[in-house]
Write a protein that binds this ligand. Structure first.
Ligand code: HEC
Ligand code: HEC
Ligand code: HEC
Length: 150
């Protein structure tokens, strides 16, 4: 009756309402109200690396600090929660080059759906959650470590 689903499909009875499915996952206060990274960490969801073949995800466990010269808290980009379900090629090298200093970030472009905004605000937590990205206080000892970021 919604004009989207085929009422004659035998699979129709297997489909869940999104709210019913999402309510099984750890709750969040933003976006679609699911704490997706917690769901990953707790093993509630176990994304596959490929559709048809058993293969492990290539997980990278490094953080990159961005926006070291700005006025807002420093942005910490963590590879791990991204690469537990996104292949490197989603970001490298078209969206972001790997070499430090080779990308020119801009909050304006992010808000227009580029850079981090390709996903954040679309399929990942919304851009109104400033402090989830701007998460490292300017005075944090982490910023004093040699080569800590740029
Ligand atoms: C998805 C991650 C993300 C979110 C969410 C986000 N930002 Fe940013 N923001 C960035 C990145 C990355 C930069 C680095 C750009 C640069 O180096 O200038 C940045 C840069 C900025 C800058 C310019 C540099 C500075 O510190 O003065 C401002 C201002 C800013 N963000 C404000 C905000 C505000 C306000 C929000 C919430 C409404 C927000 N941001 C949400 C990632 C994010
Ligand atoms: C969601 C996007 C995203 C994904 C997926 C991603 N990266 Fe990155 N990567 C970045 C960003 C952003 C930077 C920071 C670049 C900069 O300094 O401006 C970065 C930096 C790097 C760097 C240099 C800094 C470091 O951590 O050593 C390497 C190497 C790298 N990525 C490798 C990988 C590999 C290998 C994968 C897959 C296992 C991967 N990345 C997946 C976004 C991503
Ligand atoms: C290719 C898609 C994609 C891009 C590009 C991307 N992200 Fe994400 N990001 C995700 C997804 C998916 C999640 C997990 C779902 C969520 O938390 O909403 C996530 C989660 C995060 C988290 C939360 C990690 C945690 O432990 O809860 C941070 C912080 C973050 N991203 C920062 C960034 C920043 C900064 C950039 C840009 C430099 C960026 N992301 C670019 C898809 C992306």
């Amino acid at each position: 009756m919604d004009g989207v689903h085929d009422p004659k499909s035998p699979a129709l009875g297997l489909l869940q309402e999104p709210g019913e499915a999402l309510s099984k996952l750890p709750p969040d206060t933003a976006g679609n109200q699911v704490a997706w990274v917690r769901a990953l960490e707790e093993g509630t969801i176990e994304p596959r690396a490929t559709l048809f073949r058993q293969a492990p995800m290539e997980v990278r466990d490094t953080d990159v600090l961005l926006n070291l010269k700005g006025s807002t808290p420093v942005v910490r980009f963590p590879h791990k929660p991204h690469t537990r379900w996104l292949a490197c090629s989603n970001c490298h090298d078209q969206l972001f080059k790997k070499e430090p200093g080779s990308n020119v970030y801009s909050m304006e472009r992010i808000l227009q759906g580029e850079q981090c905004g390709v996903c954040h605000g679309a399929v990942a937590f919304p851009l109104t959650e400033c402090n989830r990205c701007h998460s490292v206080p300017r005075r944090s000892p982490a910023l004093a470590a040699p080569g800590a970021g740029r």
